[in-house]
Write a protein of this length. Structure first.
Lengths: 294, 294, 294, 294
């Protein structure tokens, strides 16, 4: 049996108790739609023993990315709990599964977020940072920003705020090779900085690290974006400038107006799409994103 | 000029605008006082250039550690802002200083917190963890818990919950050498685990790391404790068991009923007593703690 | 065209210049054969561009492991050079290949080496160490022994010499899990020590590291050994006790009297079976070892 | 009693058996003296327990740096042994001391080595590398060159041989800050590469690492050089080009014609001036170098 206290209106349990259905009435808004896309995720894992898992794969509902509809079908679970994810953006689902775990998620997202011109944005005075943004100035597991203070001063010391972020982004995009298979779940930004290769997760970690070393708050975003190759979950960074969070993709594959945010956190550890507290065997995993307007 | 919007009743600016005085009326409570102690901190730094600093040195006011009185005198600053610290425990002070920075902090704290018998406490089901506790299961800059899952299974797999925490604490206390000077601000729990030596910060990082690798939420606490040698700011861990946070000191120097918490965070990076965003020269720093009842 | 100045008698170039054949006359010796085994190695790689490679896959000819016969067939190369490998044990082959690189190596080795009782062997006085053994006391890329001095003192301080090596070997064998796929070519002994899992290379690195931290010289050996699962190149350690090098296998899979040494070095970096100075695609690699007497 | 089998003619034991005196008759040679300098080293350590130490502080006698005279006075030792150091360059002295250890070393060295124009030197074909040079292509404890292959290809891929070494040297000299106190004996080239600061040892490690990642053999040299600030033991790199070893100082403080080599090795671990196998307390250490011609 599946249930959720947090958002009961969204839940329509199927007759066999094995699925959760979320229906959201279409929004009437006046903004011109920017990009609308359809997301399909299929996961199939196998767990020999009863295994606690934490799932974070749904596009968050946010003012600048309303959901037209969303549905998640999950195989049987010993329990089900939805909790708010980091900074109140998106949800995490706790389950306990054994045997085959299958998840099918579909949604239609409209992204109304404009693409900012980062180079004109400023870092405000540090003492005006909101209390809950401060932690994004600090080093984290995969983003040891404390090691890079001399480096950013040396290389980017003539720039500040958004202009520095743009220079860092361009430098990463120009000098790093997108190469699946060379990094692991333990690869840090320091490893990637030296090796100059990796995947979206690694690129985002480097940008976040260099931003924090520059005293610019930065966080990790797990996202959906059309046109990413190979099509999969994608990861980008957000930097805090002029009092708001702004998306930056150091791989150059996605722009802010066609990104659907799943969740945010200090680094990849905090927004894994699947965290399993026991051994889980991957059988199949596909992510597809279609832009029906195109 | 110094000011704070958050807790205006505490602030009595001195005539020259260079100091902040906090007075709290004595509390009338019925709990037997457990331990009362007087804290004095004196800091003296010198900054050549205008330097943003973040100060976190005041004992937090908490239900189980009421403050009888507290006072902080600070030298001149270009601005002053108080913000709530991590998890709403304690405060941080933002300042911008140039030249000599002097801080004198005094307070009387009463600690009414009982010492729990950790070995009887349980880890609850993961899906009942509050959303804001989840991040304390994840690896952080100085606590790469993802590396230690095989180790804790191998060495402590026969124990769970509080009993496991006690075994980890005893193992650290029994096998690690308290040795100032061998670790730096970049030393991680992995370094300390291998080198078997360090200071309170390092001991706490190891305990936190092994707890998180055991799927027990754990966080870092910056504290005051009488009897710590050498007398200085002290650091311990907190673990989340039976729905609450419990103090553990793997150095064996302090117990829960004589610890005054300053702040909490994922690891030392989040609760440094002084974070300086430019070069700061240490001239003097003393911490003294007296227990007047003794 | 293939040639070698070092051991010209071994070389019989085939008519198309693409192969090297080594024939060694049977030895007449009076030692009882201990273990005789037949080694077959097949390698198939593909290099898009002209690629310098260094091959180290032949059983070394040593007093306690005479070769009955040996043969190596190599595909075409722009040049060919044989050099003595580290400490004069075994050979390395330099080649420059493009396109398909195929290597077939077969040999029969007799191992007459006794199995020592390590626990009775002593570390001699340091100042009597031969000058060329000293480097095996020092940390190397994968064996950061300088980090482990407190640890070995704490855990093995009551033992010395061979008795300590035996205790370290037994501890590794008893507490580490042999698990292919969790380590990479960049995994160090420190990583493995913490994660408690890996393959033969990783186990050997940990033993070498803890021996060196104990001021016992230790080096890495690339070897062939029958009965290793999965059958592949194997790696063990050698420690220097009572004035000689002694084999130790911390995986427990092989003993000194059934190990054929290929080469030795400070750690895995120095005795890789194939070092490629450009991109090489693995197509096939098999190692088989038969013991005809059994 | 002190003695040495290796170079008995150099030894004049003092009456109390506590010192070793080396006298070398002046050389008659026809080369114009390039630079002559007088070296004085004074060490004073204290060891509570009997402690094996390894000393490597004497200028090596080499064809391009003849010694006019040399003298070393050592306090009492339980034994004394001289061994050839790495690659047969210079000596190491083994001693066992307890209580106060005092060493006074003086020598006059003439450096006749020309300063090569590195940019015209070539890397020869790999297969012609001497067998004992190969290890200087491999990563070592403080020089994890395997991590930097993409980086050197990306940044210096348009250059080869000596021209690449010059570009790397200039880049380090131009972008790194010489800053005592920020690195420790465990700092690797990877740390320094990221932090962009350190001392001569760290600068040399970075150059060696980037050379090896470029398939150019490189080793670490412990040296004396006049004009180094602060005056102390100095460290530089040697790269192997056109069949010979060439000195490079990435700090820019010394040039090949005014450097007296003490010893060489894979990295700092192999040529420490003092390696102590027990706790040693530093009381005093001075190095002075005078150029009498100036």
């Amino acid at each position: 049996m599946i249930g959720t206290k947090d958002r009961p209106l969204w839940l329509h349990a199927t007759s066999d108790g094995s699925a959760a259905l979320f229906l959201i009435p279409p929004l009437t808004r006046e903004l011109d739609p920017q990009v609308i896309f359809d997301i399909n995720v299929h996961l199939h894992y196998r767990m020999a023993d009863p295994t606690d898992i934490l799932l974070q794969i749904e596009a968050a509902e946010l003012p600048d990315q309303p959901l037209h509809h969303a549905n998640i079908d999950l195989s049987d679970t010993a329990y089900f709990a939805r909790t708010l994810a980091e900074d109140g953006i998106g949800n995490r689902i706790w389950m306990q599964v054994q045997g085959d775990f299958v998840c099918d998620y579909t949604s239609r997202v409209e992204v109304t977020r404009p693409v900012p011109d980062l180079s004109n944005l400023q870092t405000g005075p540090l003492h005006l940072l909101p209390g809950d943004v401060f932690k994004y100035l600090m080093p984290s597991r995969y983003c040891p920003s404390d090691e890079f203070q001399s480096y950013v001063f040396e290389e980017f010391g003539h720039l500040s705020g958004g202009a520095r972020v743009v220079a860092i982004r361009d430098w990463i995009e120009g000098h790093f090779r997108y190469l699946p298979g060379v990094s692991t779940s333990q690869t840090t930004a320091l490893d990637t900085f030296v090796q100059r290769q990796g995947i979206c997760r690694d690129f985002a970690h480097v940008l976040i690290t260099l931003a924090r070393a520059s005293a610019i708050p930065a966080r990790f975003c797990s996202v959906f974006a059309p046109g990413v190759t190979p099509q999969d979950f994608h990861a980008v960074a957000q930097v805090y400038l002029d009092g708001a969070w702004h998306l930056v993709d150091p791989t150059g594959m996605a722009s802010a107006d066609s990104i659907a945010i799943i969740g945010v956190g200090q680094d990849a550890a905090h927004v894994a799409f699947l965290t399993s507290f026991n051994y889980a065997q991957l059988l199949e995993q596909t992510v597809s994103i279609d832009v029906p307007n195109l």
